[in-house]
Design a protein around this ligand. Structure first.
Ligand code: F6P
Length: 327
């Protein structure tokens, strides 16, 4: 059966914002216009679909946004969209605007919603991976990851200056929820002595042993980067563990938090977002529906949404080995 021609599409951002989402929105809108489609912006993720907070993009509507952090469409994690009633309302609103295809920019939670929605209703969806956590299979990186790592690196370098000046021990917590990619990349880039990630059980007694052996004149100078979702409870948990084991250690901690989500996207994130946004629209037009667009080894990769949300991305053994060797 021939695929139905799509004339109007909607775009939304959902879940935690990520630097580069605006560049992706811009690419979606401009590509769609270039192909003669109308584009509708849906605000606050799926909530905007449910509440009919939907507007038609006008010329100039995506000007001057490629360099901006956050998302002009705003974002949310919608509880109501997880219910059949919520999704029905959302569908009815899309029908009112005659929107025939959807680009969803977000992380795995957002794609789970898109997958269920596309199964229930005749609205094809294409996912664009936008999350600082990089925890998605089917793509080598996600929009926002590179910027978040660079933000963390800039902050950790500064912490190291004051840490060295005072001969202190510092525990720095980075985001990533239960994925250690930001920790590995920012930790290796800043020469962290220990990198603790949820995917690997940390050997804390060994870490303490190393610290005491290296301690000069009772000074324990060390930089530890830990993921927020680490089993020991992030920076606070690690700090407490060290204090209990070496009461004389001068330990400080710093939680980098949401600064990792803000700021102007790096060129790498702008390019990734632009490429993914462009291909998302091509997918809707060509009938490659209900997939997540990604880039693997610099080639475009289209992963069915149900696989993208199921498959777990694995931490590179090579980088774990390098991190351990250089610690
Ligand atoms: O998924 C992106 C992310 O920034 C995670 O790294 C973090 O755990 C979470 O979102 C924080 O979410 P919120 O902004 O709702 O606190």
């Amino acid at each position: 059966m021939a695929k139905k021609k799509i004339n109007k599409i909607g775009v939304l951002t959902s879940g935690g914002d990520a630097p580069g989402m605006n560049a992706a929105i811009r690419a979606v809108v401009k590509t769609a216009w270039h192909q003669g489609l109308e584009v509708y912006g849906i605000t606050r993720g799926y909530n905007g679909m449910i509440e009919n907070d939907i507007f038609k993009f006008q010329p100039g509507g995506v000007s001057n946004i490629i360099q901006r952090g956050g998302t002009i469409l705003k974002t949310a994690r919608s509880k109501e969209f997880q219910t059949p009633e919520g999704r029905k309302k959302a569908y009815e609103n899309l029908k009112k605007h005659v929107i025939e295809g959807l680009v969803v920019i977000g992380g795995d939670g957002s794609f789970r919603g898109a997958q269920t929605f596309a199964k229930e209703f005749d609205i094809p969806c294409v996912g664009v991976p936008g999350t600082i956590d990089k925890d998605m299979a089917g793509t080598d990186s996600t929009i926002g990851f590179d910027t978040a790592v660079n933000t963390a690196v800039t902050a950790i370098d500064k912490i190291r200056d004051t840490m060295e000046a005072h001969d202190r021990l510092f525990v720095v917590e980075v985001m990533g929820r239960d994925a250690g990619y930001i920790a590995i990349d920012s930790g290796v880039s800043t020469g962290a002595e220990s990198i603790l990630i949820p995917e690997r059980k940390a050997d804390l007694p060994k870490m303490i042993n190393n610290l005491t052996q290296l301690g000069r004149k009772n000074k324990f100078v060390n930089l530890i980067v830990v993921t927020e979702g680490d089993e020991y409870g992030g920076a606070e948990g690690i700090k407490n563990y060290i204090k209990l084991s070496i009461p004389s250690a001068d330990v400080k901690m710093c939680i980098l938090g949401h600064i990792q989500r803000g700021g102007a996207p790096t060129a790498t994130d702008r390019l990734l977002a632009t490429r993914l946004g462009y291909h998302a629209v091509q997918c809707l037009i060509k009938g490659t529906h209900n997939v997540m667009v990604g880039v693997v080894k610099d080639e475009m990769c289209f992963t069915p949404l149900d696989l993208a949300v199921k498959a777990q991305r694995t931490i590179s053994e090579e980088w774990l080995q390098i991190a351990e060797t250089l610690a």
